[in-house]
Structure formats: C-alpha cells, structure tokens
Design a protein around this ligand. Structure first.
Ligand SMILES: Cc1cc2nc3c(=O)[nH]c(=O)nc-3n(C[C@H](O)[C@H](O)[C@H](O)COP(=O)(O)OP(=O)(O)OC[C@H]3O[C@@H](n4cnc5c(N)ncnc54)[C@H](O)[C@@H]3O)c2cc1C
Length: 301
C-alpha cells in the first residue's frame, strides 16, 4: 500500500491551496481528485482580488496543480470512496480499489449543486452570463433583465433576492414544484412573473452569451442574464462520516475555527464543505489555514 505523510482528498480551490503550502514546507503530499467540482464548472470567477475581469475555474486549477507539482506534490486522478482510521493514521480506498495510507488527512471535497446541465447551452454560460450565487454574481445582473431558472421555493427565494440588484426578474419554475401562496403573492408584489413551464434550451446572442430561454411550449423569453436555483445541493462529506467526523444537520462540517481540524485528530477540512459562505477566496484561505496547522502538528507543536 502506497504511503504519504499527508493526503488531500479534493483538488479544487481549497485542496490546491493547501497542496501548495504543504509542498513548500517540504512534506510528502498526494492530492486525490475525481475531476469534478464547482471550480471545474465556473467559467469566470468574480470577487477575486487581482482579477477584476474574473478568472476561469479550470485555468486556476491548472495553475494551482502546476504550482504544487513544482514542490513535488503528487496528483492522483481518482475518487476516494472509503476512509478508515488506523493506529498510525488513515487508510483510503479509491473507486478502483487501490489503497493508500497517510498520517495526516485533509478533506476538501466541496459541494455538488443540483444543476440542470442537460439544458442545451446552459453549462457553457456558467459564471459568464448564468450564475448560481447572488453574493458572487448579484452585481453581474444589476439593472439587467434576468431570468431565474429554478424549482419551487428555492427558485422563488432566488428571484426575490435578486430584486436587490434588478427590478426585471422572471422566474421559470422549471420543475413546476409547489410554491406556497404567500410566497407567490410576495413575488407578485415585487412584479416577478412566475412561469410554470420547463426550459427547452438556453438561447445565445452573437457573443455566445445568454439571451433568454425557449420554453417547452415554444415560447421564447428574452433576458440579458440567467440565474439557477434548484436547491438540494449535496455537501460531499460521506468520507468524513466514515471517519466519525461530526456533521451538522445539513452535512456541513463545523471545524475548529482557528485550525480547521475536525473533532477527529489529524483530520482537517477546508472549502465549501465547511460551514460558511461558499466563496473561492474563503476556500483558498481555509486551505492555507489547514495546511499551516497540519505542518505544526507534523512538527509536534
Ligand atoms: C457556476 C459557479 C459560479 C461560481 N462563482 C463564484 C464566484 O464568482 N466567486 C466565488 O467566490 N465563488 C464562486 N463559486 C463558488 C466556488 O466555486 C466555490 O466556493 C469553490 O469552488 C470551493 O472550493 P472547494 O475546493 O471547496 O470545492 P471545489 O472547487 O468544488 O473542489 C472540490 C474537489 O473535490 C473533488 N472531490 C470531491 N469528492 C471527491 C472524492 N471522493 N474523491 C476525490 N475527489 C473528490 C472534486 O473533483 C473537486 O475537484 C461559483 C460556483 C459555481 C458552481
């Protein structure tokens, strides 16, 4: 069984930042990544210092991997499916039944959103002209005609949230899920039309940006920006559960605020799985924070 001092499960934003730091400390590190994640989907991150025009997720990931590899960090493309605590550390098993062990473990597996990626043209616009997070991208829809593609209450709440940025919001209740009457009234009061119909495709303008949607009836809605809100995101913390890490009711992890260590000694967490506001910069910060405290533990401090 191949052994490393530190294993990081999740090579997204948090995992890569931790890998760079642990690599620079000179530790023997492996990063396992299954090649998915929010950072593979976002075509343009906003709210990031140094990138006023945004930065692509895949580009950042590539830079991060190359950066960490300079310090000898190993990258293994595999999904880790099992984790077990042993006397000397942790045993991990991948989906292909390969086994690895380590003394110190960082889990940065992120969140899987419920996104309607089968709608033609939708994926290509993520982060550029279709968004999921009002804190990240509310600014991008300022005073713009915006169509929320969503489901029931989640979609309705997103439509209401966006009225802070724009007065022109339409909500397409793609799954025709129930919305309580009081909420429907709230939307009506804000001038938001609710359309209970599925989206057939996203329409693009000459620059390949969102220009509206075609509904299943053939009706075309024009819009300048899109937003998605389906609820039901998966907080990917099953591995941590296997190790006995305490999870909150919503499956996020409440780690030590200073060190990001969990209730299980030598298991750290970083990024979106930690209970916070799910931002790239926070994920990066937590990756660094966890790495610093892993290093201190390795030194016996
Ligand atoms: C469309 C979109 C737009 C966004 N826009 C912004 C923005 O403008 N500004 C902003 O600050 N934030 C934005 N975000 C949020 C941002 O992407 C996340 O906060 C950030 O990616 C969190 O980093 P992370 O490392 O926790 O998770 P991720 O980047 O999702 O990485 C998690 C990694 O873990 C891997 N993984 C999961 N489980 C396993 C396993 N069992 N074995 C191996 N590997 C595993 C995945 O393959 C993935 O690479 C956006 C998100 C989306 C989806």
């Amino acid at each position: 069984m191949k052994s490393f001092t530190c294993i990081i499960v999740g090579g997204g934003i948090a995992g890569l930042q931790a890998a760079i730091m642990l690599g620079r400390y000179g530790h023997q590190v492996a990063v396992f990544d299954k090649g998915e994640g929010r950072s593979t989907l976002c075509k343009c991150y906003h709210n990031v210092l140094g990138y006023p025009d945004g930065i692509e997720g895949e580009h950042l990931r590539r830079l991060g991997k190359e950066h960490a590899e300079k310090y000898g960090v190993h990258f293994i493309k595999a999904e880790v499916t099992h984790a077990q605590k042993t006397k000397r550390g942790f045993d991990l098993q991948t989906i292909t039944n390969d086994r690895f062990k380590c003394q110190y473990l960082l889990v940065a597996t992120g969140i899987k959103d419920r996104l309607p990626l089968s709608i033609p043209n939708l994926k290509e616009c993520l982060g550029i002209s279709i968004y999921i997070c009002p804190d990240c991208d509310g600014y991008e829809v300022k005073n713009k005609k915006t169509i929320v593609i969503g489901s029931g209450e989640s979609g309705a709440n997103m439509a209401l949230t966006l009225t802070y940025f724009t007065k022109e919001v339409t909500f397409v209740n793609h799954e025709k899920a129930e919305i309580v009457e009081a909420k429907q009234q709230e939307l009506k009061d804000k001038g938001i039309e609710i359309i209970n119909e599925s989206v057939e495709k996203v329409n693009l303008n000459a620059t390949s940006a969102f220009s509206g949607v075609t509904l299943s009836s053939g009706r075309v809605l024009h819009g300048e920006r899109g937003f998605i809100a389906f609820g039901g995101s998966i907080i990917q913390t099953d591995l941590l559960k296997q190790l006995g890490v305490e999870r909150l009711e919503n499956h996020h992890i409440a780690a030590d605020p200073r060190s990001k260590e969990t209730n299980i000694r030598n298991v750290w967490v970083a990024g979106d799985i930690v209970a916070h506001s799910e931002q790239l910069t926070i994920a990066m910060g937590e990756g660094a924070q966890a790495a610093i405290w892993m290093h201190k533990r390795i030194l016996g401090q």
